[in-house]
Design a protein around this ligand. Structure first.
Ligand code: DGT
Ligand code: ADP
Length: 227
């Protein structure tokens, strides 16, 4: 069997992680894993970790490391036969260390996007809360204004996407991401992409991954369901 491929995508809020992950999953057939989706699925399924996670999310807090690792690592251990790309985890150095002890990452993509660009994008971002689907009124608008394409339900805007909250969020990201980025740099697996437009960054990511991903991992396109 060809070697499997495991990657993580990192970047500040609004940097395009979700958008780029979707493209990578489609182009290379990696399973796309999102920590936010895992959390939402666990909440919906009423698992112990999900019930606990919900108490933090309801207060607008990050889920503590030990809950996140309990929720995610067993799922990763089940994926021994899959290549995957993870979005949203690790978000702290403790999570990165826990991930390290579970699997060997092949590659980390870090997105480096100017503050002004992030501010513009997020103030234009609308979300379908039940599914996590994301729209941008300029970049990828919904078919019907203010409505989710699939369910037709209303879209909302997050309070923390407003400019005044964004400065603090970005500062927080920089602080917590730095040691994680340093860790991956020291392992020689970090690749940083800078720019203001996803469509211009994408070709570089695409060509890097073309050289790294063994062709047999490219047959396995799927979104991983809950057990
Ligand atoms: N105008 C413009 N908008 C973009 C571009 N790339 C992505 N967007 C939009 C899509 C979304 O509404 C917003 C943020 O993109 P994503 O949700 O993919 O970002 P990310 O997953 O990093 O954000 P998150 O961590 O969930 O806050 O910006 C771009 O190149 N130009
Ligand atoms: N790695 C993580 N560590 C801690 N909490 C997390 C992590 N990933 C997701 N969460 C929790 O789940 C929520 C939803 O995650 P996500 O879909 O990535 O949304 P957002 O981009 O709004 O943070 C987060 O706001 C946070 O409370």
């Amino acid at each position: 069997m060809a070697k499997l491929f495991r990657a993580v995508i990192m970047g500040p809020p609004g940097s395009g992680k979700g958008t780029i992950s979707e493209r990578i999953a489609q182009s290379f057939g990696l399973a796309r894993l999102s920590s936010g989706d895992f959390v939402r699925e666990n909440i919906a399924a009423n698992t112990d970790a999900g019930v606990l996670a919900k108490t933090y999310i309801e207060r607008g807090l990050l889920v503590p490391d030990h809950v996140m690792t309990r929720l995610l690592l067993p799922r990763l251990e089940e994926m021994t036969r899959h290549s995957w790309l993870m979005d949203g985890f690790p978000r702290t150095l403790a999570q990165a260390k826990a991930l390290n002890s579970t699997c060997d990452l092949d590659l980390v993509i870090s997105l480096n996007i100017p503050y002004e660009t992030l501010k513009e994008r997020l103030s234009d971002r609308w979300i379908h809360p039940a599914s996590g689907r994301v729209y941008n009124m300029g970049f990828n608008p919904p078919h019907v204004q203010g409505r989710d394409d699939i369910s037709g339900e209303p879209l909302i805007q997050h309070d923390d996407d407003k400019p005044e909250a964004l400065v603090a969020r970005l500062r927080h990201y920089k602080d917590v991401a730095k040691p994680i980025i340093d860790l991956y740099k020291s392992k020689g697996i970090l690749h940083t992409f800078s720019g203001t437009e996803t469509d211009r960054i994408w070709p570089y990511i695409n060509s890097l991954l073309s050289t790294k991903i063994p062709s047999t991992s490219q047959t396995d396109t799927q979104r991983i369901p809950m057990p």
